[in-house]
Design a protein around this ligand. Structure first.
Ligand SMILES: [Zn+2]
Length: 442
């Protein structure tokens, strides 16, 4: 074996440090003491699918064609389907020798490789293996029947997630035992616990659970004199303020929106003023219970963020709000409902970029960076991308104000990167510190 990679989705350097102080985590401690470490800066946007796929391919999102977790369909005016599989895109598709791959985002449905693969998340299937014999083998060893994942309480959701994690690690250990040149496994649980609980305490518990996997990865790499990389695709952070891009664009006559009223249920409107208070925690529990019984959300959101944006709009967010990053699409006439002419497009891009750079709140900048799409991506891409400062996240719902309060634990662009092994040299440390993209290193 030449390389062992353990991916830990959404693991943040600061929370990892806290977990290490709070709990006994011998695997992570050994890694911290012996491996090269650097913070890892994620791609734009710092979300799971583009981040892992670019990390393991060396390509940008424009090249593999997935800028976010979902892709909008501007013909049907719906959020659109998830692109979840990127066959023959990754570094293991370009090397000689076998690979054993487990749970890597962007590999479900699985595809033919020289080696073994269990498909990653998000996935249209619960258990998705290549080759078929691997599925048979895993089914004989473990009870892989599909379970009803809907749980009525947050506590039950967390326990189900942890239980599923234990099973996943057993499957991972078996796949990692295969005689391969490269072995990659990604842990999703760390990210899922962050999203479903939005609580630091639960995140630290989740990190602690990964210690066995880190120990095993260390042992495997050492035993086979292989290189080891442990990395995350992005981090998490707590944020209290939201910059609402839809209302900002509306104020500048760049987007047309339906009235915000009526988009939410009565229950949600009654509860809304309480969302900035500690009661939010209990409302969240209530919401989990309500949605698992009824299948509906209390806030009445359909999941289609385009539903209250009118087709006459000039500039449209490319995805639902998640974290600090946002992509914007100019609604050009080559699109089904678009009207912006090619000659007008550049003018609009310049105007929006200028306006975004100057957004201020209480005398402070709100937007940290603004890019033109072609600075970040090759090929067809949204024309504008921006990232807020650490005080804000981006909201894409039809809010009444440009700024609102929130209390979210959400994605941050800073992740972790550990490397250890025969090909990781001290002299390379300085170069590694500027690392933006892992694939060329691998
Ligand atoms: Zn992620």
């Amino acid at each position: 074996m030449d390389l062992v990679v353990l991916g830990v989705d959404g693991v943040s350097p600061d929370y990892l440090e806290e977990a290490l102080e709070k709990y006994d985590m011998p695997g992570w401690e050994k890694l911290r003491d012996e491996a090269f470490y650097s913070d890892l800066e994620s791609c734009v946007p710092a979300v799971t699918i583009p981040a892992w796929v670019s990390m393991f391919s060396g390509y940008d999102a424009g090249k593999f064609g997935a800028f976010h977790l979902t892709q909008p369909d501007f013909d049907s005016w719906e959020t659109g389907l998830r692109k979840t599989s990127f066959p023959n895109t990754f570094f293991w598709d370009r090397i000689k020798g076998r690979s054993s791959l487990h749970n890597i985002p962007g590999t479900s449905p699985v595809y033919k490789i020289d080696g073994w693969m269990k498909g990653g998340f998000p996935s249209p299937h619960d258990f998705d293996f290549y080759p078929e014999e691997l599925e048979q083998e895993m089914n004989e060893k473990f009870n892989l029947e599909k379970k009803d994942k809907r749980k009525n309480t947050l506590g039950a959701k967390i326990e189900a997630e942890f239980e599923n994690y234990e099973l996943e690690r057993k499957v991972a250990d078996e796949i990692m035992e295969k005689d391969a040149r490269v072995s990659v496994s990604v842990i999703k649980m760390t990210d899922t616990i962050g999203h479903i609980t939005e609580s630091k305490g639960n995140i630290l518990r989740a990190y602690r659970k990964t210690d066995d996997a880190v120990q095993k990865a260390l042992e495997k790499a050492e035993g086979e004199n292989a290189n080891l990389i442990v990395a995350s695709d992005h981090g998490f952070f707590r944020v209290k303020k939201k910059f609402n891009i839809v209302s900002f664009l509306a104020e500048n006559d760049l987007i047309d929106v339906e009235k915000a009223e009526g988009e939410t249920s009565l229950a949600y409107r009654l509860a809304e003023p309480l969302l900035d208070t500690p009661i939010k925690k209990y409302l969240r529990k209530l919401h989990v219970a309500y949605s698992s019984f009824t299948g509906n959300r209390l806030d009445g959101k359909s999941g289609n963020y385009l539903s209250n944006i009118k087709k006459s709009s000039t500039v449209i967010p490319y995805h639902k709000g998640l974290g600090k990053d946002c992509l914007l699409k100019i609604h050009t006439e080559d699109m089904k409902h678009g009207t912006v002419t090619e000659s007008k497009k550049e003018e609009i891009v310049d105007t929006v970029i200028e306006k975004l750079r100057n957004v201020e709140r209480n005398g402070e900048k709100v937007i940290e960076k603004v890019w033109r799409g072609d600075e970040l991506y090759t090929g067809e891409s949204p024309e504008i991308a921006f990232r807020t400062t650490d005080k804000y996240v981006v909201g894409t719902t039809n809010a009444h104000r440009n700024f609102s309060k929130t209390n979210a634990l959400t994605h941050h662009e800073t992740g972790i990167f550990f490397a250890k092994g025969p090909n990781i040299h001290e002299e390379a440390d300085e170069e590694l510190e500027d690392l933006f993209d892992v694939a060329p290193l691998i």
